[in-house]
Design a protein around this ligand. Sequence first.
Ligand code: ADP
Ligand code: MG
Length: 511
Amino acid sequence: MGRLGVGVAVGCATAACIVAAAMVGKRVRRRRKWRKMLKVLEELEESCATPVGRLKQVVDAMAVEMHAGLASEGGSKLKMLLTYVDKLPNGSEKGTYYALDLGGTNFRVLRVHLGGQRSAILGQDIERQPIPQHLMTSTSKDLFDFIASSLKDFIEKEGNFSEQPSPGRRELGFTFSFPVKQSSVSSGILMKWTKGFAIEDTIGRDVSECLQLAMSRKGLDVRVAALINDTVGTLALGHYNDEDTVAAVIIGTGTNACYLERADAIIKCQGLLTTSGGMVVNMEWGNFWSSHLPRTSYDIALDVASPNPNDQGFEKMISGMYLGDIVRRVLLRMSEEESDDFGPSSSKLAIPFILRTPLMAAMHEDDSLDLSEVAKILGEVLELPDVPVKVRKLVVKVCDVITRRAARLAAAGIIGILKKIGRDGSGGIASGKFRSDRPTRMRRTVVAIEGGLYTSYTLFREYLDEAMMEILGEEVSSHVILRVMEDGSGTGAALVAAANSPSEADRVPLQ
Ligand code: ADP
Ligand code: MG
């Protein structure tokens, strides 16, 4: 070999070495990045951990905060609002009643026909439509005119319904699922908006009156007979179907709960007289907070960026409005560690709320071998094409961690309510002191539950049910029934309107 040949050979070998070294270097770098990504997951799992011991601390904290919220105005982050609902429907109601349900993603108009004599609901018509986005931040008048118009259109289509409403003024229950300070069963003032609504001029106004005025503008002769929260509607339907129903929980776009309380336990309202000795209390539990809640840096960042920082802390860890976005934040963090497989610069991962919870759930529940649904959603929604299978698995795991935490915390919240009213098998709390040493005989206890997250997201539901069993133990949990009340928030409003209508002679006290 001549000098030239040797030179070429040496050059080629060197180049080959450089290419090989570069490839090895790239592999090493990729492995390092992959390990960093796994570390993000590991840290997430750690900070979201909800062992049963921690859940029991959340149960206790919920019961204690409920007590504090009932003791004095502003005594807790739980507002524990009076609803003035002291009689729940029990099946004796008769006639045709209307309901409007405003509180989240969808708006519903309903007509419910009741036969009385403990008959089941004879018939009902429901129309659903999404709230036009611009109305959520517009003016009171725009929003209530839209609602009244929808009701008017609905009533005008009445012809196709076999049973016509009884003559006279129509009675309506209005489900308005935002924090309201009630002054009677049919009136109340909006304290603040949540769930993305922000209409300044409604705050401090009687929402029932806003609706009544809008209906008059549209020429409708309808009376708002009840102004309630979606949880109260769900409780009403639950109680209508089963008188052992003592509480109701909503887990949909937002989350909240209500329950039956003894009037004498509502200390902040001394001398509160109710015909039944009890009253439904709207907890506004979305605002619950406890240092025992497993909070992550993602939760903190989400809260800071939200229109209501330091508010609705429990809701932000649990409800459908937020779960997808917590997952998105974790994936964004991962993509910052591993931009080769995950997160090219065109990725939409940085856009808040682009990953909606139902899509997150679809990725979580993808049972195909190659996680093709995950790939499809990552590609189409987040513009992350060709994500390798091992990364798709990681994405599923992130969805699992966030959903499992949410479901288990919701279960702890429910058991907190049961503890407060002595239905958790431990004796509850009295005068702020726990009496867990004195077990009481467990009564059959039904909790009505509604909301898309619980009803449409199977894994969420399974995690929640499993945690109920873990916290309560097998024996006690066999007496606790979670019963889905489909469209309870709306149907229940019509039922409360019926129970409070002047024509309803047969008023039925609680329990
Ligand atoms: P709202 O709370 O607006 O009254 P729903 O109770 O129907 O309405 O709940 C809707 C919410 O439930 C959605 O915002 C979404 O977050 C969640 N959701 C609905 N379907 C699913 C699903 N298949 N998987 C996961 N979450 C879902
Ligand atoms: Mg709802």
